[in-house]
Design a protein around this ligand. Structure first.
Ligand SMILES: Cc1ncc(COP(=O)(O)O)c(C=O)c1O
Length: 369
């Protein structure tokens, strides 16, 4: 079976974990700080907070931006963590529609959905393709809205040459097992202001004022700390950070490997009745997931499974989950498109033979059925 995803980790990452074991720092320690610095340098951000997931980074973004009520315009075609963060913080998700070509939020539809109660926009850079940030920054300025970027797919993507996660008030990254920077589990929150950064650094570790590493670095180990606010257990760990530091060195290599497969698929499927995602000229994308639109999605899933090719669907729209049915969702394109989307295997370890097998499978589907 060719899986739809596979983590791109190997001996270098394994060696980094061994070194981490040898130091004894396997929880929150120096590697986390080193990773924060290195990731900040990679994306040109001053304030990076290492988190245990993008889910916790999204939740923390609301907390440090002080958003605790009001409407947030958000896509339905996303992983549920995007929208759970809105609910955790007593806000109301108002679902915005996506554009057909990139499946990212449509600025025109978002404009239509702004009310006096709108407080923020949740921008998901779907498949690694940045949202139309120029348009969203203008909308946010006009209406005084916060922007939270969900960059779970997009570590390494840029818009007009600038890395995503640095446009909005907060950027939230995932370093989950099959992302462009893969640690197993991990994430990062990027903020713009010193006070937000300092607060996030405390809230991510139970509200404790000084980390064990900071205290250990002092002249004598100080056991004393304060807790000023109710915090969470959301921090990154050194084992994950050590893996992440190695992965950061491969961020562009991973992006290029996926891009090559993506372009090979695009060429191979050009004459078939399928629609691949577009990549706009002013962006670079991680090409994290390869999504086709086809009228015969479910049949294609079954056909490819029979031939040993794993596929997936990104995503079942959140507004159709029981939990989200009560929220406004006038999103005809999402309603139509989600029934057509299929994700094909794409990852750095996918061999050219496997790419060929996937191509033959998709072509055979149209020839044989
Ligand atoms: C768009 C999106 N947002 C958020 C998340 C949550 O990331 P994590 O698994 O790191 O919590 C994911 C995970 O796949 C995602 O795809």
């Amino acid at each position: 079976m060719i899986p739809v995803f596979k983590p791109a980790v190997g001996d270098d990452e394994w060696q980094a974990v061994r070194e981490c074991f040898q130091t004894g720092w396997i929880g929150l320690g120096p590697k986390t700080a080193e990773f924060e610095q290195a990731f900040g340098k990679t994306i040109g951000a001053e304030y990076v907070v290492g988190m245990n997931s993008c889910s916790s980074a999204l939740d923390m973004a609301f907390k440090v931006l002080g958003i605790s009520g009001g409407e947030v315009i958000t896509p339905s075609l996303t992983f549920v963590s995007t929208n759970h963060a809105i609910l955790y913080n007593n806000c109301t998700p108002v679902f915005g529609d996506v554009t057909r070509d990139t499946l990212t939020l449509d600025p025109d539809d978002v404009r239509r959905k702004i009310t006096p109660n709108t407080v923020a926009l949740m921008l998901v850079h779907y498949a690694g393709h940045p949202c139309d940030l120029d348009a969203f920054l203008e909308i946010a300025r006009e209406h005084n809205l916060a922007i939270i970027e969900d960059c779970a797919h997009a570590a390494g993507s840029t818009y007009n040459g600038q890395p995503v996660g640095t446009f909005g008030d907060a950027g939230c990254f995932s370093f989950h097992a099959v992302k462009n920077v893969a640690m197993g589990e991990g994430g990062a929150l990027v903020v713009k202001q010193t006070d937000q950064y300092e607060r996030a650094m405390q809230l991510r570790w139970c509200g404790i004022s000084k980390s064990t590493w900071e205290r250990a670095r002092g002249k004598s180990y100080s056991w004393q700390y304060d807790v000023q606010e109710l915090g969470y257990k959301y921090h990154l760990s050194d084992i994950a950070a050590a893996i992440g530091l190695v992965q950061l060195g491969k961020i562009e290599q991973h992006r290029q490997a996926r891009k090559h497969i993506w372009q090979t698929y695009d060429v191979a499927f050009a004459d078939l009745p399928v629609q691949p995602l577009a990549i706009h000229n002013n962006v670079t994308s991680t090409h994290l997931i390869y999504v086709l639109q086809t009228e015969r999605r479910d049949e294609m899933i079954d056909f490819l499974r029979e031939r040993g090719i794993g596929t997936s669907v990104h995503y079942y729209p959140n507004h159709l989950f029981d939990l989200y049915r009560r929220y406004p969702a006038d999103i005809p394109i999402t309603e139509e498109v989600w029934q057509k989307i299929i994700t094909l295997p794409i990852y750095p370890a996918l061999t050219s033979e496997q790419v060929e097998t996937v191509i033959e499978g998709v072509r055979a589907f149209y020839q044989d059925t």
